[in-house]
Design a protein around this ligand. Sequence first.
Ligand code: URA
Length: 183
Amino acid sequence: MTFEELELTCKNCTACSLHETRTNCVFGTGNPNARLMFVGEAPGEKEDLSGIPFVGAAGKLLDKYLCAVDIPREDVYIANILKCRPPKNRDPLPAEQDACIGYLREQVKLIKPEIIVCLGRIAAMRLIKPDYKITKEHGEFVKKGDFTMTAVFHPAALLRDPRRKEDMFADMKKIKEFLDGNG
Ligand code: URA
């Protein structure tokens, strides 16, 4: 399946009830040949309205970190575990994740990034390990199959608790060093 075919299939998806309340399916955005892929949790209100991931307040903060470590947003690919917004931004249900995860798997297969960075604990628990502890393990690199994986604090969590911002900056610098070292 090509990227375009996958996106079209995803946009017509009715595999879980979230399709009933979505404005837009938020497939993902960025460079389909990216070396770095970010995976967040699920679209919020702004993302649901625009169809683009991380365009709200959390996305603006993510942009600042990308800029601070000199990674152009257009070089990376950004997607979420869920492609449709959960009502009132509640946590994604396991059944919704199960229904949706195949799209992310296909995206990863097509993009073949060198490093996948989970934004927050929901993505880390789904992609790295179910008992992932973001406060303890953020910024640690793990090799999983063909990919290096890590997780950083979710930018929305940083907006709620700015004390984590130093950790986030350090983790983002490590990710940039990984890219530079692997370049
Ligand atoms: N939070 C996420 O996890 N993903 C988005 O796309 C926006 C906010």
